[in-house]
Design a protein around this ligand. Sequence first.
Ligand code: UDP
Ligand code: MG
Length: 316
Amino acid sequence: MQKLLIAIPCFNEEENIESIYQRIISDINFKELGLEHEILFIDDGSKDHTVDVFKKLSDAHDDVSYISLSRNYGKETAMVVAFDYFHHDALIIMDADLQHPPVLVNDMVKLWRLGYDDVYAKRNKREGEGWFKIKTSQWFYKLLGKISKTPVTPDAGDFRLLDKKVVVALRSLRESQRYTKGLYNVVGFKKVAIEFDAAPRLHGKSKWSFRSLVNLALEGITSYTTAPLRISTFLGFIVSAFAFIYMIYVFIKTLITGPTQSGFPTIVILVLFLGGCILISNGILGEYLARVFMESKNRPLYFIEEKHTHDQKKDN
Ligand code: UDP
Ligand code: MG
């Protein structure tokens, strides 16, 4: 029988875990689909009783495993834990807050059986999310789509079914500055979208602050494309071209009307403008260099504090 792994990254989700487990069991027709399943909860360094709830669930049910990380690494890294643990036929990743309806998995599995390797859920509307968050994320995807060769699909999150092939491919990408939404497109494979209405979070608050979203956006751009480097080169060319034309203009003007003393404002403007361009280019270079530095350390992506599975094969 084919085996499905459902992986759920959790960061301070003690109130949601029982509900998501119940919903998975009640909403997904494992029997009808002819699927064995394992549910892997990944604790991303929670400060609350998340791990205790894992323990309770896993003691009571044979299909629940958990891995607890040594600290909070962020969802992007928590997902790598799922890729590494994976030894099944397909992987589903979903959020713990029930924003991703488990019932959709039934249709995802059907599409997978039709031969698709990456069935991704696409949000129709976002309930419980502010206008600002929706707009900024739209702008971000537009920008990213314009500047990168393998565009990121807007409104498609990490709620997906991935075939073994895709997971093995993703597992081989060990970069520490991760932007997984981009990586799905980097590895390729046959993709298909399935639409759903995202529900509001069940309990608790979103773990993403505005700052962490800005960071993720920067991560998205700098780890996914080198377009900004080119933009700064273009900017340099354009500014130099203007400076050159201006130089010729001043030269000819001086020939015709003779030397003049004026022009201080022009100099100040030019110096400030060029200074700004140089600083921006330096900053962009620095962003990339910092990433080279981080990757060159080649550290393991995460450390496991505790692991409990019912799968003897993988217990170690
Ligand atoms: N999450 C995580 N580590 C973090 C932040 C979040 O594992 O550092 C998990 C979180 O528990 C949830 C999922 O990632 O299951 C999505 O988080 P959240 O609902 O806060 O994000 P949003 O839905 O607002 O994008
Ligand atoms: Mg959420």
